[in-house]
Design a protein around this ligand. Structure first.
Ligand code: FAD
Ligand code: HEM
Length: 411
């Protein structure tokens, strides 16, 4: 993050961000270890308190499964501890990429500024309960400052994201106009607007939140990467999760059914990442292919001459979702090739992705999407092969395991 290049015009201090006060800095430094150690006890209590007072936040906003699984509580509260240690170590900057990811996720859920005091209230009640006598007024004040530095940075980003949309609604009704099965337990759904709300054009790699009632009627939001589509459509590929709550419901949608869909969000796009001329490597496994299709479609539309290598891993050829569509897209790009690693027969290679077979150049720009162990494996192999960690971008189909993101950025 370059300070010089990121100064806002008109900011006379030359600073982009509000900074942690000199008074709070030593207190945060001294209490970071104890907060980090206790955060996993604090967060379940925070959510218990918040949902007891505000059960409506579970209706169409928070994912019930993320709560049960514990991934989301760790992500939200853990991120505040990570943010604090970042601004203590880098007083002049914020972890921008990380804030951006969260702001896009929040905006896709229609999060409003007014809810920030809600999270503050119940989070700090839980902190006070956990720390007991240790929670002196000075400590609470210093952490309150950190909460609002992060909260205000997110609010600002979210406002900017809302303002860049073609409409001012958080969700609009869309009806199913087409559905097709592909691969194993993947359904591709195409939607068109069910009212007059203008649609924001999406960028390759972006996603929407889709809200549908769960079996007991509680509305639940989930994110799906947008597939290439006509401008007046939204198209997604949904992999059935046998342990999940919403995918079986999405799989039952029929032509004519109406759902609520957000504007497109997500910062894992081609633009703004690395050198736009550098050889592009897209690694996916299973349903992780979805963002790659949109990247390819965008490159085709732009008449790109960029060298692109698409590497896909799957169990069998017939479990590979959207294989024909991907192959067609690759064939339309002048300098693109497709390499498959299939555990069964019929791929270019048999077995799991072996980066050593690919001769990835050190200046490659890489995108990864698939299960976490797949991404971690490919990423370490690439780093070992000389590709700098900062050139490797990835999408996680769930709440970010924060530490992975942080380590990835530092490599
Ligand atoms: P959930 O109900 O969310 O459950 C997920 C997991 O939580 C389950 O597997 C299970 O392990 C656990 N769980 C559920 N209930 C419980 C419980 N009671 N107790 C304990 N654990 C539980 N998916 C796609 O298919 N295609 C895409 O293109 C796509 N793009 C995405 C893009 C982004 C940016 C993100 C964040 C996600 C994307 N996803 C995509 C994933 C998608 O949003 C959903 O997470 C996924 O479809 C599973 O939804 P679900 O409701 O069936 O599962
Ligand atoms: C998701 C941080 C405020 C609602 C997240 C994530 C983080 C985070 C790190 C995970 C992002 C990912 O998917 O990788 C924060 C911080 C906040 C804050 C630091 C305050 C400073 C809020 C508020 C609300 C909220 C005020 C609403 C009341 C959500 C929801 C999700 C989310 C609904 C998606 C999780 C899910 O699907 O259940 N937030 N958040 N957040 N946040 Fe926040």
């Amino acid at each position: 993050i370059s300070r010089a290049s990121s100064q806002r015009p008109g900011d006379h201090t030359g600073r982009r961000h509000d900074m942690l006060s000199e008074k709070s800095r030593p207190i945060i430094e001294a209490t970071l270890p104890i907060i980090a150690e206790r955060i996993n006890d604090i967060t379940p209590d925070f959510y218990r308190r918040m949902f007891a007072a505000r059960p409506d936040l579970m209706d169409g906003m928070f994912s019930r499964s993320s709560q049960l699984e514990g991934t989301q509580p760790r992500a939200l509260a853990g991120s505040i501890a990570v943010f604090a240690s970042y601004i203590v170590e880098h007083p002049d900057s914020y972890p921008d990429e990380v804030l951006s990811r969260v702001a896009h996720k929040h905006a896709s859920l229609g999060l409003k500024e007014e809810e920030y005091p809600t999270v503050y209230k119940y989070l700090f009640e839980a902190i006070a309960a956990n720390l007991g006598d240790l929670a002196t007024p000075e400590i609470v004040e210093a952490w309150t400052e950190v909460y609002w530095l992060m909260g205000n940075a997110l609010i600002k980003l979210e406002k900017g994201l809302y303002a860049s949309q073609a409409n001012d609604v958080m969700f609009a009704p869309f009806k199913v106009v087409d559905r097709k099965e592909t691969g194993e337990n993947v359904v591709v759904l195409t939607f068109e607007p069910a009212d007059e709300t203008p649609m924001t054009e999406s960028k390759g790699g972006q996603y929407i939140s889709i809200v549908v009632p769960a079996r007991d009627g509680l509305r639940q939001a989930r994110q799906y990467t947008l597939l290439p589509s006509e401008k007046n459509q939204r198209r997604i590929g949904v992999k059935l999760d046998p342990n999940g709550e919403m995918t079986s419901i999405l799989h039952e949608l029929k032509i004519g059914d109406v759902v609520e869909i957000s504007n497109p969000y997500g910062d894992l796009t081609l633009e703004g990442f690395g050198n736009p001329e550098a050889p592009l490597y897209l690694f996916s496994a299973g349903i992780g292919t979805t963002p790659m299709l949109s990247f390819l479609s965008e490159l085709i539309e732009k008449g790109s001459q960029r060298p692109v290598t698409v590497v896909h891993a799957d169990r069998r050829l017939d479990t590979w979702p959207l294989r024909e569509e991907l192959t067609e897209l690759v064939n339309k790009l002048p300098n693109a090739r497709l390499i498959s690693f299939i555990e069964g027969e019929g791929g270019d290679y048999t077995g799991r992705v072996d980066v050593s077979k690919l001769d990835v150049p050190a200046n490659a720009n890489v995108y990864l999407c698939g299960p976490l162990p797949f991404m971690q494996g490919v990423r370490s192999a690439l780093v070992e092969a000389g590709v700098p960690g900062k050139n490797i971008n990835y999408e996680i189909f769930g709440p970010d395991q924060w530490m992975l993101h942080d380590q990835a950025r530092e490599a």
